[in-house]
Structures are given as structure tokens and as C-alpha cells.
Design a protein around this ligand. Structure first.
Ligand SMILES: Cc1cc2nc3c(=O)[nH]c(=O)nc-3n(C[C@H](O)[C@H](O)[C@H](O)COP(=O)(O)OP(=O)(O)OC[C@H]3O[C@@H](n4cnc5c(N)ncnc54)[C@H](O)[C@@H]3O)c2cc1C
Length: 291
């Protein structure tokens, strides 16, 4: 099929882009890498009257890595983030996770911000942003605002962004202290959306005892689910902690649905196994961090 007709806009500055979005709102849609939107247009599952192509907004083509956060502009491709050595040095979880996102050709074009704006409940970066307590910055013609990931994701493919707003960047905080983070998932083929995916962050104290343990999931609910499972392992040393108990605790709190890819029971089983494994690996990484 071919897309329904639309008017195509190609602004060259962010100011122009938000001005066009304001003018055509609510009939406009942002076009970033097009890896999700173009198939939707072709299948006529989306039929916006106006497309606002942001691929010339070079001012948003950046990855900025600092000691406490990595900020990704709306025109940074997944591959830019994946290959950014400074981002990897402070937050290896980003590269580790991006290697599970689709295939290299899609990552060369698809944007990390687009993936978050798209809010697919199977999109890995949504869970990573939620796990780290990240933020999303939005610009309209009238104002700029920054919202937490918890407030941004409001349901499957649904966010708090208004039709006239452009997501200009997302910020992934670097976890503080002696912390390790891991992404793991099961997909039918590498690069497919995960049947179940989990990211974990474990924080150890100076005696290598567990001070915090969190896990976030994709494909286990309508939006990224973040669970604190510290209770199951608090105070135990990283190598003796009952990570299986933490995995069970997480699985017991999840409520996935059946679909054509997997039953809810199978997903819950995967969540328990993957969470146990990922927490243990994250704790091992945390123990290797210099005090
Ligand atoms: C075969 C295939 C496999 C894939 N597998 C995975 C996978 O395993 N995991 C995964 O996470 N993703 C996967 N993807 C999706 C991929 O990651 C996309 O790049 C991503 O979902 C959307 O990014 P994009 O830049 O292409 O956005 P687009 O397709 O251009 O836009 C997607 C949506 O987000 C909106 N949007 C985009 N940018 C902005 C912005 N700056 N401000 C406001 N709204 C915006 C658009 O209006 C649209 O509604 C896959 C895609 C394909 C084709």
C-alpha cells in the first residue's frame, strides 16, 4: 500500500520546526528516522495530514556524555549513541542495550529519541530511560519543558507530548556510587523485538553489600515497568545474595498479557530467569567498580 496524501515540511532549525508543528497541530507528525513511522504510513495505520521532517535539524545531532548523564539530541541515530566512546565510558548500558535494538541498518537511520517518542512497550530504550530515572525535554512554539520518564510514558505508543511539541532530547542519568547495570532479553531472532527484556541496576555499599536493586522490563506491560527488588537482597554481599529470590519477587509483581508471540505464563517465567541473571551480573559489575 501507499501512504495517504500529506503535506511535507522540511524545516532547517528547531524554531522553524516547532513553528510548523504549532501551525498544523493537531494534524502534524514528526518524521525522524522513519523506521517506525514510514511502515505505519504505508499500512495506513497512521494518516497525518502534515509530516514535519526533522532530518535537517543538525543542531539536534549530538550525543553529550558528562560524568553524571548522557544527553542525546533528537537527530542522533541509534548507531551514533552506540558508537559514542565517551557515552560508553560513563554509561556502558546504552551500547549494551542498543546492540539488541533491531539491526545495524535500522540503527543507522532510527533515532534514540524517536524510539522513546514512539513509546513502543517493546522498545528497549524506553525501559532503560525509566530504569535510570531519565528525563525527556520537549519544545513547542511557546515553551520548553522537561518531564520524567515516569510522567512521559502514559500507555502503549502513548506519551504526554502534545501534538505541537517536538522532543528535542532525552537524558540518561549515570547511576551514582558503586553501581553495575546490565541489559538482557529473549527475542525469537536477534534484532527482533523482545518477548521479554529486562535492564537491571545494582548498587553496592563500601562493604560490597547490596544497597539497591532495580529492574525494568519491556514487553511485560503497556509501558515500561520499573520494579525495586532491594527487599529480597538488601544487606547481603553481592556474591551470596539470593538473586533468585529477587527474580521471583519481580516476576510476581508483573502482569503481562498473552499475544501471538508468547503466553503470559512464558513471559513471566522469562522475567524471573532473566531478572535473576541480570541482577547477578550487574552486582558482579558493581563489585568491579573502583571505590
Ligand atoms: C524491522 C525493525 C525492527 C525493529 N526492532 C526494534 C527493536 O528490537 N527495538 C526497538 O526499540 N526498536 C526497534 N525498531 C524501531 C526502531 O528502533 C526505530 O528507529 C524507532 O522506534 C523510531 O525511531 P525513528 O527515528 O525511526 O522514528 P520515526 O519512525 O521517524 O517516528 C516514530 C514515531 O515517533 C515520533 N517522533 C520521532 N521523533 C520525534 C521527536 N523528536 N519528537 C516528537 N515525536 C517524534 C514520530 O512522529 C512517530 O510517531 C525496529 C524497526 C524495524 C523497522
Amino acid at each position: 500500500m501507499k501512504p495517504a496524501g500529506f503535506t511535507y515540511h522540511r524545516p532547517v532549525t528547531v524554531d522553524d520546526a516547532v513553528a510548523v508543528l504549532a501551525e498544523v497541530s493537531p494534524a502534524g507528525k514528526v518524521l525522524a528516522g522513519g523506521q517506525s513511522l514510514v511502515p505505519l504510513l504505508n499500512m495506513r495505520l497512521a494518516a497525518p495530514e502534515h509530516l514535519v521532517d526533522i532530518n535537517r535539524l543538525s543542531e539536534l545531532a549530538y550525543v553529550r556524555a558528562g560524568g553524571d548523564a548522557v544527553t542525546v539530541g533528537a537527530l542522533a541515530r541509534h548507531a551514533d549513541v552506540e558508537r559514542d566512546d565517551a557515552a560508553y565510558a560513563v554509561l556502558p548500558l546504552l551500547r549494551d542495550t542498543l546492540r539488541h535494538v533491531a539491526h545495524p541498518t535500522i540503527r543507522n537511520r532510527g533515532t534514540t529519541v524517536g524510539s522513546i517518542a514512539h513509546a513502543d512497550p517493546a522498545g528497549e530504550l524506553t525501559a532503560v530511560l525509566a530504569l535510570l530515572g531519565g528525563t525527556v525535554t520537549l519544545r513547542s512554539a511557546a515553551a520548553e519543558r522537561t518531564v520524567t520518564a515516569a510522567d512521559f510514558f502514559t500507555g502503549p505508543m502513548s506519551t504526554c507530548a502534545d501534538a505541537g511539541e517536538l522532543v528535542t532530547s532525552v537524558t540518561f542519568p549515570v547511576p551514582e556510587g558503586r553501581t553495575g547495570a546490565v541489559w538482557t532479553e529473549v527475542a525469537r531472532r536477534h534484532g527482533d523485538y523482545a518477548v521479554c527484556g529486562t535492564g537491571t541496576v545494582v548498587t553496592l555499599d563500601d562493604d560490597l553489600r547490596v544497597a539497591g536493586a532495580r529492574a525494568a522490563f519491556v514487553s511485560m506491560g503497556p509501558e515500561p515497568v520499573v520494579l525495586d527488588v532491594t527487599d529480597a537482597v538488601a544487606g547481603a554481599t553481592h556474591d551470596t545474595a539470593d538473586w533468585a529470590a529477587a527474580g521471583r519477587l519481580a516476576a510476581g509483581r508483573l502482569d503481562p498479557e498473552d499475544d501471538i508471540h508468547a503466553t503470559a505464563d512464558y513471559r513471566t517465567h522469562l522475567a524471573e530467569v532473566l531478572t535473576t541473571r541480570a541482577l547477578r551480573d550487574a552486582a558482579r559489575r558493581a563489585a568491579e567498580v573502583a571505590p
